[in-house]
Design a protein. Structure first.
Length: 217
């Protein structure tokens, strides 16, 4: 299979398995989405969704969040891991949103990336899921599967993002990145597939017999 053929097959197969792609993180506003995505770093979506209701009860928007103490935020989000850094980032970005953006989340990826604790992936998710702009956020699942499926040889998420954006139509980016994540969690897991067990891996590389070692980002 050529790379273009693999890409077409992957699009069709993922659409067959995941015709609907609900946003994994629960939120009611763009601000809440931003906070939830920030919290999801090195933490499962399931755990984030258990924690955010209590956090958003006290800090539902930037103004209310900015008035909370660092200690209160820390105690609530502690189960997410990296709580000291994340609590400082949440409080810091909330104050910046009030001071510079009238409490609103900026609709600009470069401005988002300037906020405390907001990297390129977090900003891309907010632009995609919050504002509906085409983006291809790369997490460990997407990076791993893109390598297993021969779509990239990227040594880091930046290179993987570049390659996937070149392969897939922009109109599919927002849905496709979620479909890949869902598939990576369910079928093409880090240890459960190794590039030789799941249906997509076997179809793309039917002659592959040895486990494929993806380059970690």
């Amino acid at each position: 299979m050529l790379k273009k053929e693999r890409a077409i097959y992957i699009i069709n197969k993922l659409e067959e398995i995941y015709p609907e792609t609900p946003i994994p993180l629960d939120s009611k506003t763009k601000f809440q989405l931003l906070i939830a995505v920030l919290l999801s770093a090195q933490c499962t979506d399931k755990r984030v969704n258990k924690i955010t209701p209590k956090l958003f009860t006290l800090g539902s928007d930037a103004l209310k969040m900015s008035k909370l103490s660092l200690d209160i935020i820390y105690k609530i989000i502690r189960p997410c891991g990296l709580a000291p850094q994340k609590s400082k980032a949440i409080l810091g970005l909330s104050k910046i949103l009030i001071k510079k953006y009238e409490g609103e989340v900026p609709e600009d990826i470069m401005l988002l990336e300037q906020l405390p604790g907001v990297g390129h992936k977090t900003a891309s998710v907010v632009m995609s899921q919050g504002f509906g702009h085409p983006a291809f956020p790369i997490d460990t699942h997407v990076h791993r599967l893109a390598q297993r499926w021969g779509l990239t040889k990227g040594k880091n998420v930046k290179e993987t993002e570049r390659d996937l954006k070149n392969i897939f139509p922009k109109s599919l980016w927002n849905k496709l990145h979620l479909q890949i994540i869902f598939y990576g969690r369910e079928f093409c897991t880090a240890r459960g597939c190794n590039g030789i067990n799941c249906e997509i891996c076997k179809t793309c590389y039917p002659n592959r017999v040895k486990p494929f070692n993806a380059i970690k980002p």
